[in-house]
Design a protein around this ligand. Structure first.
Ligand SMILES: NC(=O)c1ccc[n+]([C@@H]2O[C@H](COP(=O)([O-])OP(=O)(O)OC[C@H]3O[C@@H](n4cnc5c(N)ncnc54)[C@H](OP(=O)(O)O)[C@@H]3O)[C@@H](O)[C@H]2O)c1
Length: 420
């Protein structure tokens, strides 16, 4: 019999215990051994969890329990779970986590500590979608050309509502909070950080890239307005918060931002809270993964799959998928300044003669070529210029935005959205 200890019996932890109890028949048949939850740890002992397990408020009750084979970390945060997981691995216990923030910062340190001890984290990216095992195992024969994903259900729900129903950003954010999709402090989701944590995990498995959130381009959806949605619709785009990893020779670009995507692309059709990830391998071509990215049961489904795997073999494949560094073609992170993309800009200008000519001159001086331009009046004195560019360098766009912002006839910092 395999005994499990769950540190953090909240939304996901409770579902893990329930699945192991409710689906014990199929789980023990698949694992070849019975798996039971012995104990769980919470902060608030007064709250009834509805589970027939030992509940304590001291993590050491699990970490020091020699009967526990697998520690499941579902407490959230970074520093506390790092200490917990480190201690568990050092005492020879296998670990399963769903904690993307922990992995975004500490995955390589934890890999070094884990060595041959199983350390699994399928639920940390896109909840119930088995994208980690797809990348680490199913696609391991491929050089990965690109990963493009919708990996934050809250943002995707908000963008879908803004597009389909014309709801304003602030109103849909409030509704998402009421529905429990967005946290009271939503900046982690709408600022793109949650999605970035997931992208960094996938980048390690696909490319062996050791980057932290502060090393990559992360932007959220908080600047998107109905003007941008109208532009997207008029020119045949969908607007999504995308996670992008793209290999270019020996460099990999990693970025998270709102993006305009051709509405005929499969990923453009992913609506609501669902997640989807497109992975292109050099041999397999494009593969697409779709499913629930969050929710207690969906996330716990992936956690329990990891527990079953460990119960079957006692060992995991190397935690981040590489048994040794790649020889020769070592990949490095592309500097953000060198990223190339098409761009859309919304520039609010005073409606005066000569403004358009001055703006187009500034584009030219920054080596940015305009593909389409629309002018939309805002009131008697100002108008929005909606401009799509041809391929340009990120550095040039950023410089140009700084120049434009300082002009007296530009009324606010221009909004920029990349076109993918
Ligand atoms: N929810 C999802 O859909 C989802 C999806 C993918 C990944 N994840 C990840 O899964 C993890 C858990 O998420 P969740 O939504 O289940 O969180 P949650 O509902 O807030 O549960 C956290 C649990 O940890 C306990 N806890 C927190 N700090 C503790 C401490 N210092 N000592 C003891 N217990 C402590 C809490 O105790 P109390 O109950 O007493 O407060 C609670 O039971 C997070 O890393 C999250 O990012 C969640």
């Amino acid at each position: 019999m395999i005994k499990v200890g769950i540190i953090g019996v909240g939304t996901v932890g409770t579902s893990v215990a329930e699945i192991l109890r409710d689906n014990a028949d199929v789980i023990s048949a698949r694992a070849g051994v019975d798996i039971v939850v012995k104990s769980g740890v919470v902060k608030n002992l007064q709250k009834d969890r509805g589970l027939d397990i030992i509940i304590t408020d001291n993590v050491d009750d699990i970490l020091d329990d020699s009967e526990i084979d697998i520690v499941v970390e579902l407490m959230g945060g970074v520093d506390e779970p790092f200490a917990v997981v480190k201690k568990a691995l050092e005492s020879g216990k296998a670990v399963v986590t769903a904690n993307k923030a922990l992995l975004a910062y500490h995955r390589y340190e934890l890999q070094d500590i884990a060595k041959d001890i199983a350390f699994e984290y399928e639920a940390s990216v896109a909840g119930g979608i088995p994208i980690i095992s797809a990348l680490r195992d199913g696609l391991s024969a491929n050089h990965i050309e690109s990963i493009v994903g919708i990996m934050n259900g809250t943002c995707n729900y908000m963008m879908t509502k803004m597009t389909d129903e014309g709801v304003a950003y602030d109103a849909i954010l409030k509704e998402s909070q009421e529905l429990g999709y967005a946290e009271a402090d939503p900046s982690f989701d709408v600022g793109g950080f949650d999605a970035a944590h997931k992208l960094l995990i996938l980048a390690s498995i696909a490319y062996g890239i050791d980057a932290k959130p502060e090393d990559i381009l992360i932007e959220g959806i908080d600047k998107v307005s109905q003007d941008d949605i109208a532009f997207a619709k008029e020119f045949g785009y969908a607007l999504k918060l995308l996670c992008i990893a793209k290999k270019d020779a020996n460099e990999v670009e990693l970025r998270v931002h709102a993006a305009l995507i051709n509405k005929d692309e499969m990923i453009a059709k992913i609506d609501g809270v669902m997640n989807a990830i497109s992975v292109v391998g050099d041999k397999v071509g494009e593969t697409l993964y779709y499913g629930p990215g969050a929710g207690g049961d969906a996330t716990a489904s992936a956690v329990v799959a990891n527990i079953i795997d460990i119960a079957r073999s006692g060992k995991s494949t190397p935690m981040l998928g590489f048994n040794r560094p790649m020889e020769g073609n070592k990949l490095t992170l592309k500097p953000t300044a060198n990223i190339e993309s098409k761009y859309y800009l919304r520039i609010n200008v005073s409606d005066k003669a000569g403004v358009l000519a001055k703006i187009t001159k500034i584009f030219e001086e920054n080596s940015i070529s305009v593909a389409t331009m629309l002018q939309r009046p805002v009131d008697e004195n100002s108008a929005n210029l909606l401009i799509a560019t041809h391929i340009a360098r990120e550095e040039n766009i950023q410089n140009m935005i700084t120049i434009l912002t300082d002009l007296d006839f530009v009324n606010s910092t221009p909004v920029m959205i990349r076109i993918v």
